[in-house]
Design a protein. Structure first.
Length: 133
């Protein structure tokens, strides 16, 4: 079982330039920070078995949930139920920084992907598999 951990999450998130960094993985949830560069996006995806909560720390962007697009900014939170098609796009000139909680975990424990391309390659190769329950 992982140790409990305290994060000053906004400070940690703002200090990471990585596209995706797994901060903590428990048996039922996972904490990940993401930085999406200006003009970038996560890319449309569906997590069939994971709920996801996205909390925006800085920047401006938009979320696409199914067919609905909504603007997001610092302080906004978006809940994405398992099985929902979604995307996050940076519509601003500065990085869009967020943290997300997956339940259950969706990525390899401790994974760090500096770019979206690196993240996609790790997923395609099977290197970014969540821990077994």
């Amino acid at each position: 079982m992982p140790d409990p951990k305290l994060f000053t999450i906004a400070t940690v998130a703002e200090g990471s330039a990585d596209f995706r960094r797994v901060l903590w993985t428990g048996p039922h949830t996972q904490l990940v920070i993401m930085t999406i560069p200006a003009g970038g996006e996560i890319g449309e995806e569906v997590h069939e078995d994971s709920d996801q909560i996205l909390t925006f720390v800085s920047g401006t962007g938009e979320t696409v949930l199914g067919e609905e697009t909504q603007p997001v900014e610092q302080g906004d939170l978006v809940a994405v139920p398992a099985g929902t098609s979604h995307n996050v796009r940076n519509t601003g000139v500065n990085p869009l920084v967020l943290y997300t909680v997956y339940g259950p975990p969706d990525h390899a424990d401790g994974a760090v992907h500096r770019t979206k391309e690196e993240a996609e390659a790790a997923e395609a190769s099977g290197e970014d598999e969540p821990p077994s329950a």
